[in-house]
Design a protein around this ligand. Structure first.
Ligand SMILES: Nc1ncnc2c1ncn2[C@@H]1O[C@H](COP(=O)(O)OP(=O)(O)OP(=O)(O)O)[C@@H](O)[C@H]1O
Ligand SMILES: [Mg+2]
Length: 407
């Protein structure tokens, strides 16, 4: 990667939009130059439901990141989520036709192209085709076959598709604020980049990013992605349960959850009967608040368990469950996770960046940071969302020329 390569990401979450500008130029590290965060509007369960409102907060978030960094965001890596996402594991095979039978990079591209030929209905599009592993003449477990010899090259891939309409709405919002899209990245893949260790991915690990509107799941095994899934329930539902259960306005319930939310009504080692007061006159029982948080969180964790590979999952994912996303800040979530899933559980905070990162070491920013890490860690060949057609090519050229002229 060239020196001083500026990259940007926009994480359009259900509760906040976070834009980050970073320098990916030096020694593989990512230096954050500016962050812009605004509360979201016009989003529901990870999807754009009001373009004008969504555009407004994306614009504001981009503006803040630009102001903080002193740079213009011309293009960005953007996260995608929502229950319209679906995934499957597919295979591809090609022959190595040349007499030396040497596998070249072009053969990898060819075999990935064959794995891409899954029947995708018109209303869906491919988001990612990620190679999980190769086999050369039947010998499985080959990580990189380039330079090896063989007659037949097989690839196993993880294929992720998204609903065209949902993607188009998001794309329209981002472009509507004058930012071009470098690539669209499935959010749990991004979060995984920011919070998982290589040894966890190798052993087998489940990642659950419990955000505001969605719980994004990714399961890794043998160093590569094995399963992805998006559940349309997360922190918003916890707050709504508190609001309805305790008769509070939504914003007061949110405030109470963030300030006191826990899976057990225990303070300093002993059970508390405390009544909690909020400035504007509301008061609630701490025990009731925790009981509601626990019930909803337990339900979310049970839904995560349903995504795991069969009854023997404990053996498949020995590195356990890594929780991230804003809702993983709830006190006691690790112990509850262990109880529900019978797996080791830890909360993952994003790492891998330096610079002006004041607010970023919080699980809520796993996706935002991960989008940049994904972009800079050589996943280029795995992304398949590409603007198509000549019109698009000209438009991209225009964006690039404009960015050169404005510098
Ligand atoms: N300290 C905290 N304690 C409890 N909950 C918290 C805390 N901080 C944030 N949350 C909750 O986390 C959720 C927001 O998380 P996050 O920022 O990861 O979501 P998002 O990216 O905006 O949404 P999504 O990814 O679901 O579209 C909200 O429901 C919020 O109430
Ligand atoms: Mg999120």
């Amino acid at each position: 990667m060239a020196k001083n390569e500026i990259v940007a990401s926009i994480d359009v979450g259900t509760t906040k939009v976070c834009s980050i500008v970073a320098n990916a130029g030096y020694g593989g590290g990512l230096q954050v130059l500016g962050v812009g965060v605004t509360p979201s509007q016009g989003l529901h369960k990870g999807l754009v439901v009001n373009i004008a409102e969504a555009k407004q907060c994306i614009r504001e978030s981009v503006r803040r990141a630009e102001q903080a960094s002193g740079l213009r965001i011309e293009s960005a890596y953007v996260g995608v989520t929502g229950r319209h996402i679906s995934s499957l594991n597919n295979r591809g095979v090609v022959a190595i036709p040349r007499s030396d039978r040497l596998v070249r990079p072009d053969d990898l591209r060819r075999v990935l192209r064959t794995a891409r030929t899954v029947a995708v209905p018109n209303d869906r599009k491919l988001l990612h085709v990620i190679p999980r592993g190769y086999a050369l003449d039947g010998q499985v477990g080959v990580k990189n076959p380039v330079g090896m010899h063989g007659f037949r090259l097989d690839v196993e891939t993880h294929v992720i598709t998204a609903a065209v309409a949902s993607v188009q709405n998001l794309v329209k919002c981002i472009r509507g604020v004058g930012v071009d899209i470098e690539d669209l990245i499935l959010e749990p893949l991004a979060s995984g980049e920011a919070v998982l260790r290589a040894d966890e991915r190798e052993a087998g690990v489940v990642l659950a990013d419990i955000g505001g509107g969605t719980t994004d799941i990714a399961i890794f095994k043998d160093g590569s992605i094995w399963h992805t899934s998006i559940l349309p329930v997360a922190g918003y539902q916890i707050t709504r349960d508190i609001a309805i259960g305790l008769g509070l306005p939504f914003d007061v319930a949110e405030q109470m959850k963030i300030r006191y939310g826990s899976v057990m009504p225990i303070y300093n080692g002993k059970e508390e009967e405390t009544t909690l007061h909020v400035e504007n006159g509301y008061s609630i029982s701490y025990r009731d608040l925790c009981a509601i948080v626990r019930a909803r969180l337990e339900e979310i964790l049970k839904l995560v368990a349903l995504e795991l590979p069969g009854a023997e999952y404990v053996k498949e994912v020995p590195a356990g469950l890594v929780l991230t996303g804003g809702s993983s800040n709830l006190l006691g979530i690790e112990a509850l996770g262990q109880e529900v899933l019978g797996l080791p559980v830890r909360v993952g905070v994003p790492t891998g960046v330096y610079g002006i990162t004041d607010i970023l070491p919080d699980p809520a920013y796993a996706t935002s940071v991960g989008l940049l890490l994904w972009a800079t860690r050589g996943h280029e060949g795995e992304q398949s969302w590409q603007p198509r057609g000549l019109g698009e090519a000209f438009r991209r050229l225009f964006f690039r020329m404009r960015s050169v002229l404005l510098r």
